[in-house]
Design a protein around this ligand. Structure first.
Ligand SMILES: [Zn+2]
Length: 410
């Protein structure tokens, strides 16, 4: 099995390198925005959208133009990659996977990519990385990079530069773990297993909320773009980055342990999008419990269930196991002993007591047992499994990109 994996490390640039990193990220942003403006203008004039080759021609013109001489100082390949990124943004828009491409702003996901492994050199023995027009740079090599490098992405987050090196290698999945488990995710407990164990809730956001609130209040009192405003803004960003790191660490540890120890993992096929829908409704038809739902939404988004599932999917695939998503209907109201389904079975949030056979248990454990039983049924029928496995194969296998996306939605 071909395994794509990303290894992310913090860079330790010197002063000149750091200035150049900012300039190169700025040049890539400029090229992206310029190309987007060009495409928009062409569209308004009723002309056809330029293809990638056409954009590359324009890029050469911009690099040679007297108005933007600094573009020549930036490495070519990341600039071309910025055009590729725009092409992909258009493709995602036309496929209705994303909104219309937006102009990039400074300080929001500053990054650029060297798309070709010939462009950079990783010296693992000496803990350094060579990047064109930047030279050798130190990096915190916290683990060995396995496989052949394919591309390198340099990014800035909360004042720190890091590099994510994507590699490719051939791995034989050796299924070591046996046994199946059902997992019920929830607010009171992050995850409850069908064998009765559970993981405490993460709530990384709630823990940092007071600190974040005071930092945001301080920021709002500053004059925009002043020196003190910049400092206050950096503080807010550091807290967000910390929240993202805490969450990323927790999720990775949890999903690694689960996928190493089980061959089959069953979860509810929950749509986080639907769960966290706002209860506000429309002006003519206002919703009920808006405040309560808003608090619940915060908790739902804070838990990172979607990320939990994404990580489980690729880690199980790497370990030779499988993830099975089962229909979530009535998992919390069905008795695992006599199969009776009733809302009365669940009198309180935490306790399950069957009205037919008087079976009593923790409500989340009952949910997890039901999920496992449904998972076994799904496997026995043979349906849905192939669907699940194929979707796992097409999903991205880049663990490090996860924390970035998490941080932006926080
Ligand atoms: Zn029962």
């Amino acid at each position: 099995m071909q395994r794509l994996e990303a290894f992310k490390f913090q860079l330790q640039p010197n002063g000149a390198q750091e200035r150049n990193l900012r300039r190169f990220a700025g040049a890539c942003r400029f090229v992206y925005n310029e190309a987007l403006a060009l495409q928009k203008a062409r569209c308004e004039r009723g002309e056809k959208k330029l293809g990638y080759a056409g954009l590359c021609e324009r890029l050469t013109q911009w690099r040679n133009s007297a108005q933007t001489p600094w573009l020549r100082d930036a490495p070519t390949h990341p600039l071309q990659q910025a055009l590729q990124d725009l092409e992909r943004a258009y493709k995602n828009f036309f496929a209705q996977r994303a909104g219309f491409p937006q102009f990039k702003k400074r300080g929001q996901r500053d990054s650029f990519r060297y798309p070709d492994p010939k462009q950079f050199k990783l010296d693992q023995a000496n803990g350094r990385l060579f990047l064109p027009k930047l030279g050798w740079m130190r990096l915190r090599l916290s683990r060995a990079v396995l496989g052949a490098p394919r591309n390198a992405t340099v990014s800035l987050r909360a004042g720190k530069w890091s590099v994510s090196i994507q590699t490719e290698r051939e791995v034989e999945p050796v299924p070591q773990a046996t046994g199946a488990i059902g997992i019920d995710v929830g607010i009171a407990r992050f995850a409850t297993f069908s064998d009765g164990r559970f993981l405490a809730p993460l709530n990384s956001f709630r823990g940092h909320e007071a600190r974040l609130r005071s930092a945001q209040r301080a920021l709002s009192r500053k004059v925009k773009f002043s020196h003190n405003w910049t400092k206050a803004k950096a503080r807010v960003q550091r807290i967000y980055a910390r929240i993202g790191n805490v969450r990323g660490d927790y999720l990775h540890k949890a999903t690694s342990a689960i996928s190493k120890n089980h061959a089959m993992v069953c979860i509810e096929d929950l749509q986080v999008k639907h769960l966290s829908k706002s209860a506000a409704g429309t002006a003519e038809n206002p919703g009920r419990n808006v405040r309560a739902k808003a608090g619940l939404n915060k908790s739902i988004l804070d838990q990172g269930w979607f990320e939990f599932r994404r990580q489980l999917q690729y880690k199980l695939q790497w370990a030779g196991g499988m993830l099975i998503a089962v229909p979530p209907r009535n998992t919390s109201q069905q008795c695992p002993v006599c199969d009776c389904v009733s809302a009365a079975n669940r009198l309180t949030q935490a306790r399950f007591c069957c009205v037919e056979c008087l079976h009593e248990d923790n409500a989340d454990v009952v949910g997890a047992k039901n999920i496992l039983a449904r998972g076994h049924r799904v496997v026995a029928c043979g349906e849905a499994v192939s669907r699940c496995v194929s979707s796992a194969a097409s999903s991205k296998q880049e663990p490090t990109e996860a924390t970035e996306r998490e941080a932006t939605h926080a």
